[in-house]
Ligand binder design. Structure first.
Ligand code: FES
Length: 248
């Protein structure tokens, strides 16, 4: 059930250039695909920002963010013991059955909800992409012991395969019989993955990343077109069946 809580920071650590791992104390229940709306402890920042939940364990809620502007810059200065205000958990979640063999496909901050999916699935493989070895290695460390197999593609070829995750995807799909693909990352990556999943008859769910104002279904800033008409990513998603949203 959704709560509004003041959450004390346990860790706020830069794990790769401009990528931070944020762990706060929060007594909530959540599932992979759900997110929080975080309010910074400063009147200079009135809008909340959405962060995907990467895990929740023993009252410790883990998230990740990239420093991209004034708000995340300020967030990066907060120390253990400082408090942030959260509305959590929000949105729906991935459909994960224990019997299914799942391939997770993601890049950038989209890897955060997929980390939670790896933990819930207990038998998922991950295909991850990133700019370079520094960025990908920090995620690889997070997925170690949580995903069965880790496949990597980087933009500069410094680790794993040179290129995009979608370049590597066909050979990964050839290597095993997957029941479902869960995707989160740049839209072009999700769209191409959804297309390939459809061609191969594999179920595919996508977690969409959208700019959000309220995060509560009230402002329409996150509306998208689907085969069922307009839907709000914050309330009807962020997880959708790929064919619902990538239909044209
Ligand atoms: Fe306001 Fe989704 S962010 S309706």
């Amino acid at each position: 059930m959704k709560k509004i809580i003041n959450a004390a920071i346990i860790e706020n650590l830069e794990i790769a250039k401009n990528i931070h791992r944020l762990i706060v104390s929060a007594d909530i229940e959540a599932h992979a695909g759900q997110f929080v709306q975080l309010k910074l402890p400063s009147n200079d920042f009135t809008l909340r920002r959405p962060l995907g939940i990467a895990s929740i364990d023993n009252g410790q809620l883990k998230m990740f963010y990239r420093v991209v502007g004034r708000g995340t810059e300020f967030l990066s200065t907060l120390k253990a013991g400082d408090e942030v205000n959260l509305i959590a958990p929000l949105g729906n979640s991935f459909n994960i059955a224990a019997s299914e063999r799942i391939l997770l496909v993601g890049g950038g901050m989209g890897l955060a909800p997929l980390l939670f999916a790896a933990i819930e699935s207990k038998s998922a493989d991950i295909l991850m992409g990133g700019r370079n070895s520094e960025e990908v290695n920090c995620w690889k460390n997070e997925f170690q012991g949580k995903a069965n197999n880790i496949f990597i593609a980087t933009d500069d070829g410094s680790v794993g395969t040179y290129g995009f995750v979608t370049d590597l995807l066909p050979s990964v799909l050839d290597s095993a019989s997957y029941d479902k693909i869960l995707v989160c990352g740049p839209e072009i990556m999700m769209r191409k993955t959804a297309q390939l999943a459809k061609e191969r008859g594999i179920k595919c769910q996508v977690s969409l990343e959208k700019r959000m104002a309220c995060g509560l279904g009230a402002c329409l800033s996150c509306s998208i077109d689907t085969i069922h008409g307009r839907r709000k990513v914050c309330k009807d998603g962020s997880v959708f069946d790929a064919e619902e949203v990538f239909y044209n």
